[in-house]
Design a binder for this molecule. Structure first.
Ligand code: FNR
Length: 182
């Protein structure tokens, strides 16, 4: 059966370039893979006091993460790190102790920025955090994207040259995930 990938976008804003990027990435060729977005904007701020009686939205989020075979994080860089909303989602999914929903899943990560560093520092921090929750991050290729005019076409698609580049990344990610799940 298909390998299910949970896609998590680290920006909540409507016109997010990372959301647009993710919408394009899930259309790349990945035979045998299905991509499902998991939304993090409705999660409460993690509070250990509520762990014994989590809200339905938290239960639902944890169940969706646990059900995924693999993960894909596409996020902006905020103040040279990952956005708080994304860290919050990772914390929420990691608890209660002994019930880490992320554990051992293979993952890919990258992001886009109008700035020249292309989310490199966010990616380094996110790798550390994901290692802490037992996630195995694909590192065969790294993607640092600077979004200038022409990155997206008028219809909102990723431009053709960048799509080709990202397809190379996707091919490597697909191989990595298959090996990790074998
Ligand atoms: C930013 N931005 C930013 N960009 C970057 O390359 N490195 C950084 O450290 C930061 N820091 C930062 C902090 C905060 C609080 C905001 C709101 C923004 C700019 C950021 O890359 C830009 O706003 C992107 O468009 C955000 O991604 P989305 O929401 O378009 O996906």
């Amino acid at each position: 059966s298909d390998i299910s990938v949970a896609v998590i976008v680290g920006s909540l804003r409507k016109e997010s370039i990372n959301r647009k990027l993710a919408n394009g990435v899930v259309k790349l060729k990945a035979p045998g893979f299905v991509f499902n977005f998991i939304e993090i904007g409705g999660l409460p701020l993690y509070n250990q006091d509520f762990e014994s009686d989590p809200s339905p939205v938290v239960d639902d989020f944890r169940a969706k993460v646990a059900a995924a075979d693999a993960l894909l994080f596409i996020s902006p860089e905020y103040n040279r790190s990952l956005p708080g909303v994304l860290k919050n989602a990772i914390d929420v999914g990691s608890r209660p102790y002994g019930h880490n929903a992320w554990g051992q899943k293979p993952a890919g990560l990258f992001g886009a920025s109008p700035g020249g560093i292309g989310t490199a520092v966010m990616q380094a921090h996110l790798r550390d955090v994901l290692a802490a929750v037992g996630v195995n991050v694909y590192s065969g290729a790294e993607v640092y994207l600077t979004v200038k005019d022409g990155f997206f076409t008028e219809s909102g698609d990723i431009n053709e040259g960048t799509q080709k580049f990202l397809q190379g990344w996707m091919d490597g990610y697909v191989d990595f995930v298959k090996k990790m799940l074998a």
